[in-house]
Design a protein around this ligand. Structure first.
Ligand code: IMP
Ligand code: MG
Length: 180
């Protein structure tokens, strides 16, 4: 798998050091309220597991699964919620976790849907944010790393469902011989 990468952007130790900082910030912020974490599957799974084990607070964990159609056959920006049971968010302090903020369409749609269900607060936490003009502006309260506009994989992030299990984050080689 590593042969398909152009270079490593963030190695395991760098990611873990940053997670220590993010977890400390989140812990400080939610010390006096009950936190509900909502993780967006599948990309945030590894990030979520490593981050939450650094937050020594009582918290609830829920997951959401969405499919995004950005300029495919469906209209751009449509997000379909796959999970039948939508998490209970009423009166809760929600921390929404995702792997990467790119166009913003996915997180903007999720945030809108969550806010319809009357949470007490919603904050957004992403491991990566691309430095681009977003199609849907989304404010991320916690950002692990800002990156250039390149396609990255590993540490939960995929290219066609591959590479999620790489323990680091790397840039995919544009013309690698990776299978489709
Ligand atoms: P957005 O709606 O364009 O912000 O896209 C968010 C989703 O697109 C993320 O949760 C990822 O699943 C996927 N995505 C966007 N950029 C990348 C990337 O560089 N590598 C892997 N997945 C990405
Ligand atoms: Mg993905």
């Amino acid at each position: 798998m590593q042969d398909d990468l152009d270079r490593i952007l963030f190695d395991e130790a760098t990611i873990h050091r940053r997670l220590d900082e993010m977890a400390a910030q989140i812990t400080d912020c939610y010390r006096n309220c009950e936190l509900t974490v909502i993780a967006v599957l599948n990309g945030s799974l590894i990030f979520m597991a490593d981050l939450l084990r650094r937050i020594p607070l009582p918290l609830k964990l829920d997951c959401l699964s969405v499919a995004s159609y950005h300029g495919g056959t469906k209209s751009a920006g449509e997000v379909v919620f796959r999970q039948v049971a939508f998490p209970d968010v009423q009166d809760r302090h929600i921390l929404l976790l995702d792997d990467i903020l790119d166009s913003g369409l996915t997180l903007a749609a999720i945030r809108r849907k969550l806010e319809e269900a009357n949470p007490r607060s919603v904050r957004v936490c992403v491991l990566l944010a691309k430095k681009i003009d977003r199609e849907a502006p989304v404010h991320a309260d916690y950002v692990g790393f800002e990156i250039e506009n390149e396609f990255v994989v590993g540490y939960g992030l995929d290219y066609r469902e591959r590479y999620r299990n790489l323990p680091f984050i790397g840039v995919l080689r544009p013309n690698s011989s990776r299978p489709v």
